[in-house]
Design a protein around this ligand. Structure first.
Ligand code: NA7
Length: 883
């Protein structure tokens, strides 16, 4: 029943809905949401298909079903009394105990009256005129609400049975996610279990204990470690006792929603023995985050990941008697952790029993299910019962199962055809006043769900409270904010190994589901901060409206590459003195010390250190030769450092990386530094180096023909100047110039100097310091210092110019690219989106920089004609306000 208020502006808001908020689902999310809303004075109803609360813990009653986050963590924090009035009996509680807990919380807070049980929602339509949602149930009812929240869980929609002939089976059929309430007795039965994810791994030992014969059909072996279940570990209890609220706060600000140390150590930086010890300790903990986290880089570095994968495989071989079965149970087709690892209780040992057999579907796939059994390409297995432990249409399945229609008749399922698009995993464009608890694009399944549920519920509750206090009726994210968030979610996933697995995180387990990384992997702590920043920045990225007003603070909440952001944060946390406060000699020592801490960069075929005859004496060079057969193209490289700092050492990892990626010889040359040797001394040395490298290219193992020049920052400035000088001098001919975040102008007033003045390592103040040491004001406009001021730019070598979004030098790099193009010079622009001046060059530290360096290497190949044909425009340019 909806009434239209008389004073409402035509077509806008002000109809009175049945309730303020319609919630779908009375699981862990719905229960807390109802509690919060009622406490805040909102009217709300939850519509729940089941006849009781519990959600996941109502449906998943298969034998052995347990949480895989310790119960003391996998529990609400909103009611401090629960800490004492509810005692978990085990480290990992069983499904019945968790369900009892949720029933207890519901009853304690008298929430049942707000829930309509046995009520399935099949549609919801946004009513634009009334500014409310019309939510329909399968029994024909309609409930209207100002706001509509899907609290339907991430793993609640079982995958449909996608195996041919499944419907013809005449024996008993069970699905782990829809288990009979009165249990199943498998005594004396021949049982098949299909699926070896968490549900299979938890249930198989218990089903095998009853069955007469047990056949497990495994498509993908999974990494699983023993849960070592039992009483709550004393150390854990001790870490909480008497400081419950602090402990919960630590969980909220942890990476995964469980308090604990975060390793900063790369796996390969320690000895084999140390690594083994760390793995054994993680194994002994019997915890998901322990096994995922003994080293910092297990989920981003394949070589590191291999060490853990090998360790777990060795444990599987120890646990399974038959070597052939053990090998089949060893996961090899996905990196460790990229499918959710399982915690088991005697899973692998189950295969040591004579009546248990494993069928490997990778070699002998299921062809069909018959009325009496399962037919693979090799055999027919006759069974009395089939248990499908085949998983869920995760994260989006339960949402699009409801026909949700937003503004202008847009169906959510249609909007998400190519994968879900959300802002913060909470909201989505085109669907005003619509929220999701732990929706796609939020930490959700990668975190302790309870912590993430509480965070989302709190955020929604605070948002609704704000809207009420401001007299606002509608809220909807903007396309800019949503696109920016989608980019950030992908940026985070792309630096990890997760996209390599055919996992339900990627939607890969459901036929025809788009392959998109569904959760947000940036961490519970980062995510919480982002959500809070959105709210405090006047709900950045949301449009809101009230009776007489529209407001929108549009924008993107997170534009940096996630790993670049970590570098900037780490630098800020160190609180180091600014370089410009140091004398040049001190600054050089400081930079040298910083360089010593870095990963070394990739191995190259050969490194040769030598000297070359520079303007006033010999200077050092370092040559990097690819491991591939030569002769190779030669690139003369000038290091960065503002003409004051830097050396072969400072840019060593980058030179290695470029050498390997481009398959070219890189000759990194030194040049004299200011202020001892100000402008034009570095230019004179750079020119001498060019003469020498050109003349020596073949004797250095290079291929005949022109060399290319390259440089980073001030080195990019020198490379650009060399290209101009070579043109003016009628030679040497150059294959190209690769300018990596180059200095091209002494003008420090461009917008990028203002926008990126501080916070991104290279500051405007530091750039001023560099210029002050390099050249007096009167000489800075000389084109050999500021090549953008060259009277003529035509006729120089083809250029590839890298500009970074958060670099003070961004705009002058782009201005140089513009000017070269205007002069008819072929230019390849490479945009380092989300990077600062230095981050794209931080090899093996800022992993997202690899994509930029791959484009730089392609540009080198483009210059020499050695790359892929037609790769003349390797990158989309970024603009000065690139997003
Ligand atoms: P999962 O982890 O998705 O596991 C499902 C399993 O079923 C997995 O081994 C699948 O193999 C297998 N499967 C799915 N479809 C088929 C077909 N058609 N044929 C053969 N095998 C198949 O679901 P769970 O319920 O175990 O666990 C879900 C989450 O709940 C878990 O991660 C915890 O967070 C709790 P595949 O790997 O796709 O080759």
């Amino acid at each position: 029943m909806v009434t239209q208020s008389a004073d409402a502006p035509a077509g806008r808001s002000a109809a009175t809905p049945d309730v303020d908020v319609v919630v779908v689902g009375a699981g862990m999310a719905g229960i807390y949401l109802l509690y919060r809303l009622r406490e805040l004075g909102f009217s709300a109803v939850a519509l729940e298909a089941a006849d009781d609360v519990g959600g996941t813990w109502y449906w998943n009653r298969y034998p052995g079903a347990r949480c895989d986050i310790q119960s003391v963590d996998y529990s609400y924090s909103f009611d401090p009394e629960l800490e004492h009035e509810w005692q978990w009996s085990e480290k990992y509680a069983t499904q019945p105990e968790i369900l009892r807990y949720l029933q207890h919380v519901t009853d304690k807070h008298d929430l049942r009256s707000m829930i309509r049980f046995s009520t399935r929602v099949d549609g919801a339509t946004w009513d634009e005129a009334g500014a409310l949602w019309r939510v329909r149930t399968t029994d024909g009812d309609e409930i209207t609400g100002r706001h509509y929240v899907m609290a339907t869980g991430c793993l609640s929609q079982p995958k449909s049975l996608d195996i041919e002939g499944a419907a013809t089976f005449e024996g008993d059929v069970y699905v782990t996610g829809r288990w009979p309430h009165d249990g199943v007795d498998f005594t004396g039965k021949r049982v098949a279990v299909i699926g070896t994810g968490s549900s299979g791994i938890q249930s198989i030992p218990l089903i095998a204990a009853e069955a007469a014969e047990m056949t497990v059909f495994q498509r993908t072996p999974n990494f699983s470690v023993p849960a070592f279940n039992g009483p709550i570990p004393e150390a854990k209890a001790e870490s909480i006792r008497g400081r419950e609220s602090e402990y919960r706060e630590e969980a909220r600000w942890s990476r995964g929603g469980v308090p604990g140390e975060r390793s900063e150590t790369p796996a390969l930086s320690v000895t084999d023995a140390e690594r083994q010890d760390a793995f054994e300790a993680a194994w002994a903990a019997g915890e998901l985050f322990a096994i995922l986290g003994p080293f910092a880089d297990l989920l981003v570095n394949e070589a590191a990941n291999d060490t853990m994968a090998d360790f777990i495989r060795s444990k599987i071989r120890e646990r399974v008697n038959d070597p052939a079965t053990a090998e089949l149970l060893c996961p090899t087709n996905h990196p460790f952790g990229t499918k959710r690892p399982c915690l088991d209780s005697g899973y692998f040992e189950t295969y040591n029993q004579p009546h248990v057999r494993l069928v490997d579907l990778l070699t002998t796939p299921i062809e069909r299910i018959t009325p009496t059994g399962i037919e693979t390409s090799a055999e027919t297995v006759e069974v009395d019962a089939i248990v499908y432990a085949t998983g869920f249409d995760a994260m989006t399945g339960a949402i699009v199962a409801v026909d949700i229609e937003g503004r202008d008749g847009l169906a959510l399922a249609d909007k998400w055809t190519d994968g879900p698009r959300t802002y913060l995993g909470l909201t989505t464009v085109g669907f005003p006043n619509y929220f999701m608890v732990t929706g796609p694009g939020s930490p959700s399944v990668l975190s302790n769900m309870v912590v993430s549920i509480e965070q989302h519920v709190d955020w929604i509750a605070e948002c609704l409270t704000y809207m009420r206090s401001e007299g606002l009726h509608t809220i909807e994210p903007t396309p800019t904010a949503e696109a920016g968030w989608g980019q950030h979610v992908n940026d985070c996933a792309d630096i990890t190994l997760y996209p390599k697995a055919n996992s339900w995180y990627m939607g890969a387990n459901v036929v025809d589901k788009p392959r998109v990384f569904l959760p947000y992997i940036g961490g519970v702590d980062t995510y919480r901060q982002i959500c809070s920043d959105v709210a405090t920045q006047d709900y950045l990225g949301f449009a809101m409206s009230g009776e007489d007003e529209q407001r929108c603070h549009d924008g993107v909440i997170f534009r940096l590459q996630p790993d670049a952001a970590m570098v900037f944060q780490a630098m800020a946390d160190l609180g180091l003195p600014p370089i410009e406060s140091m004398p040049p000699e001190g600054a050089r020592e400081f930079m040298g010390a910083m360089s010593a801490e870095r990963p070394p960069g990739p191995a190259v075929g050969e490194i040769v250190d030598g000297t070359y005859p520079a303007a006033t004496g010999d200077l050092a060079y370092r040559l990097y030769r690819p491991a591939t057969p030569g002769p190779h193209p030669v690139v003369l490289y000038y290091h960065g450092g503002g003409w004051v700092l830097g050396s072969q050492e400072s840019d060593d990892p980058l030179c290695r990386d470029l050498c390997v990626r481009s398959d070219a010889i890189i000759v990194s040359v030194d040049y004299r530094h200011a202020p001892e040797h100000p402008f034009p001394a570095p230019v004179d040395d750079a020119w001498a180096a060019l003469q020498w490298v050109t003349a020596s290219a073949e004797s250095l193992g290079g291929r005949p023909g022109p060399v290319a020049v390259a440089g980073w920052s001030a080195g990019g400035n020198l490379a650009a100047v060399m290209a101009l000088m070579a043109r003016d001098a009628g030679g040497p001919e150059l294959a190209g110039q690769l300018l990596f975040t180059p200095v091209t102008d002494h003008d420090l007033s461009r917008p990028s100097y203002v926008e990126n003045a501080e916070g991104y390592v290279l500051t405007t103040a530091l750039m001023t310091w560099f210029w002050d040491h390099y050249a007096p004001e009167s000489e800075r406009a000389d084109w050999r210092a500021s090549p953008l001021h060259a009277p003529e730019l035509s006729g120089v070598a083809p250029a590839a110019i890298v500009t970074a979004e958060f670099d003070p030098l961004r705009d002058e790099g782009q201005a140089y690219a513009d000017a070269l193009e205007a002069a008819g010079v072929p230019v390849t622009r490479i945009g380092a989106r989300g990077h600062g001046h230095t981050t794209a060059g931080m090899v093996d530290v800022v992993l997202s920089g690899a994509a930029v360096r791959a484009e730089m290497a392609r540009a080198i190949q483009w210059m020499f004609g050695t790359g892929v044909a037609g790769s003349d425009s390797p990158s989309v340019p970024i603009t000065s306000s690139a997003g």
